[in-house]
Design a protein around this ligand. Structure first.
Ligand code: EPU
Length: 411
């Protein structure tokens, strides 16, 4: 399993806070999103040396940064750069962030946090600007919802603020802990890691550091579910149980064998012709991760009986359903709920990836379907899966990449 996209992006953004020294990151995945953020940083005046084949990235952000992040880069991915830019330079103008179209994805909680620290927010057509007339000052911020990006952005903004900031109802995802670990290595003072209340004591400066990005728990989940769906037996390295407890519990409920080999390795196998149906509800961590629900839905198609998936985090994350139904699935959605009949047999079809995780779900469906499945718009998959085709092939999958140019090389 490669390094985590959703940890790497905020950790690289945190690297913008270093006014002294360079940072070097290891286990950086080869993904188009990492290429995009590198190009964004270069456009701000940061020196970046991204070596995707070596999975390393070095950056030197010590020169003053430009304060405007262009639409060209920010629209292609979702990274929290407004907070660190504001903290560093006292003002920042950023195009509205992109990423997967899985709902309206407002950033009101991020902005509320910056305002509490003393910034003024100006929102205009497609842009948001944050300005601090004087030094940012620590404050107490309550999130209405534990937003992942909001928590990351406000932590970064408050690291260099004067005094103490308290974030109440903070998101607790492992990717946030990973970012906090890096910030602490840079000299930040943050307590409450892994809980819903975080305290950040502002410091004078942060210094570049070396850091190894955590493994991608969604990528691990994808191979775990692929193993179960194809009745395989796969040893997955870079898959810590502690980061995927909800998934392991739900897969075991269905009858899948999961052995926790060591703190970093799991072995997933399945011999059952008929898995048990299951009810899954997505929630903020430690609940079931929304990024895994489309992939999990493929496994529930192989169960005997009806499963339900309730999506509570994003309002529009069932776009894969129409595509799976083209392959013989019987999935009915109503509002936040999808009811999935265990059809136990799928047929190959021409389908389209509608977002990153939906794309992975279609690959898994294609692996279990009879006949050939052709998947379009695979640039979505390139945003988040390092060498998906190569790794699947090494497990015995019959899969070819038809579109030869990776989104990575195009960007
Ligand atoms: N929300 C608001 N206001 C805000 C912020 C969020 O209403 O100010 C809402 C969103 O609209 C959404 C919910 O809160 O309905 C969750 O959003 P959150 O901010 O927690 O998510 P995010 O930071 O936009 C990250 C990941 C997503 C992942 C979610 C949830 C990155 C780059 N993205 O998004 O990953 O699904 O957390 O865990 O870290 C993916 O990798 O495929 C992906 C979409």
């Amino acid at each position: 399993v490669s390094g985590a996209k959703n940890a790497a992006l905020p950790i690289l953004a945190a690297g913008l806070l270093a006014t002294e020294g360079t940072s070097k990151f290891y286990n950086v995945p080869k993904l188009s999103d990492i290429k995009t953020i590198s190009m964004l940083f270069e456009s701000l005046g940061v020196k970046v040396d991204y070596k995707p084949e070596e999975n390393t990235l070095e950056m030197d952000a010590t020169k003053p940064l430009l304060t405007e992040a262009s639409f060209e880069f920010v629209s292609k991915m979702r990274a929290s750069v407004l907070g660190p830019m504001l903290a560093r330079e006292g003002s920042a103008k950023v195009a509205m962030p992109g990423g997967c179209s899985i709902g309206s994805r407002p950033i009101d909680q991020h902005l509320k946090g910056f305002e509490a620290l003393g910034a003024t927010i100006i929102q205009d057509a497609g842009f948001v600007e944050a300005r601090a007339e004087k030094e940012l000052e620590g404050s107490t911020i309550f999130f209405d919802f534990p937003s992942v990006g909001g928590t990351q952005n406000v932590i970064m903004a408050s690291c260099l603020a004067k005094g103490k900031t308290t974030i109440v109802n903070a998101a607790q995802e492992p990717e946030i802990e990973d970012m906090i670990n890096f910030l602490i290595k840079m000299g930040a003072k943050i307590s409450g890691k892994g809980t819903s209340i975080l305290e950040i004591e502002g410091v004078e400066k942060l210094v570049g550091a070396e850091y190894t990005i955590m493994s991608d728990r969604v990528e691990a989940a994808t191979y775990m579910i692929a193993a179960a769906a194809t009745k395989g037996d796969v040893l997955i390295k870079g898959a810590p149980y502690k980061d995927n407890v909800a998934l392991v519990s739900k897969m075991r409920e269905m009858g899948v064998n999961i052995e926790i080999v060591d703190e970093d390795t799991m072995r997933v196998s399945n011999k059952l012709d008929m898995l048990k149906p299951v009810d899954v509800k997505t929630l903020p961590h430690p609940g079931f991760l929304t990024d895994m629900q489309s992939i999990m839905s493929v496994l529930t198609l192989l169960a005997k009986g009806t499963s339900t998936i309730t999506e509570t985090v994003f309002e529009n994350r069932f776009m894969h359903v129409k595509e799976l139904n083209k392959m013989g699935a019987i999935i009915a959605t109503s509002g936040k709920e999808a009811r999935i009949a265990g059809v136990r047999k799928l047929s190959g079809a021409e389908v389209n990836a509608t977002d990153l995780r939906a794309g992975a779900a279609l690959v898994l469906a294609g692996l279990v379907a009879e006949g050939t499945t052709t998947i379009g718009n695979i640039y979505h998959i390139d945003r988040g899966y390092n060498d998906f085709v190569g790794k699947m092939k090494s497990l015995g999958a019959n899969i070819e990449r038809i579109e030869e140019i990776m989104a990575y090389e195009m960007s």
